[in-house]
Write a protein that binds this ligand. Structure first.
Ligand code: HEC
Length: 150
């Protein structure tokens, strides 16, 4: 192999690596932007619709309103969160080792995208770190609300 062709191979390999890196980074920052948009909107919606009961810090209120700081509860019931927000909850549940028997009101008018934004916010705040939950996740989970149990 002569020097010229191995040099051009090397340049080719360098360029290929460079473009791959740029491409991957562009995709990552696109994802980060989407996540940031969901999170910021979710925070605003949380303040309007949820904060009164669950508190700004997600701690809830005594034995009345359960906290959103129980990362195990939020993780294991992730597919039910959209249904809880849309249709409310009137059950007996155990959160953070405490029993709750109150009634959470429904948000039947809330569009899937807003439900997804709120879920992205609560599952990435108060000690939770679960990443983006997007509108297609919400639409899928909301199709299965008929038969969920916590
Ligand atoms: C009027 C008070 C009230 C409002 C407003 C409210 N919740 Fe709740 N929430 C409750 C109560 C009470 C329960 C427990 C219901 C039960 O025991 O069946 C609950 C349960 C939950 C749960 C499951 C238990 C837990 O703590 O993880 C989640 C998640 C939740 N709420 C999220 C939200 C979100 C998000 C909003 C805003 C869209 C919201 N809630 C608005 C009172 C409220």
């Amino acid at each position: 192999m002569n020097i010229k062709s191995s040099r051009s191979k090397l340049i080719g390999a360098v360029l290929f690596t460079l473009f791959t890196v740029i491409f991957i980074q562009a995709c990552q920052s696109e994802q980060e932007l989407t996540y940031a948009r969901y999170y910021i909107n979710g925070k605003k919606l949380y303040e309007q619709h949820c904060q009164n009961c669950h508190n700004a810090d997600g701690e809830g209120l005594g034995g009345l309103y359960p906290p959103l700081t129980d990362t195990v509860f939020l993780r294991s019931n992730k597919n039910e969160l959209a249904c809880i927000i849309k249709y409310g909850l009137n059950d007996t549940i155990t959160v953070d080792e405490k029993k709750f028997e109150g009634k959470m009101p429904a948000e039947r008018q809330m569009p899937d995208i807003e439900i997804a934004q709120i879920i992205t916010y609560i599952t990435n705040s108060f000690g939770n770190k679960q990443g983006l939950y997007d509108v297609t996740n919400a639409t899928t989970d909301l199709k299965n609300c008929g038969n969920f149990s916590l």
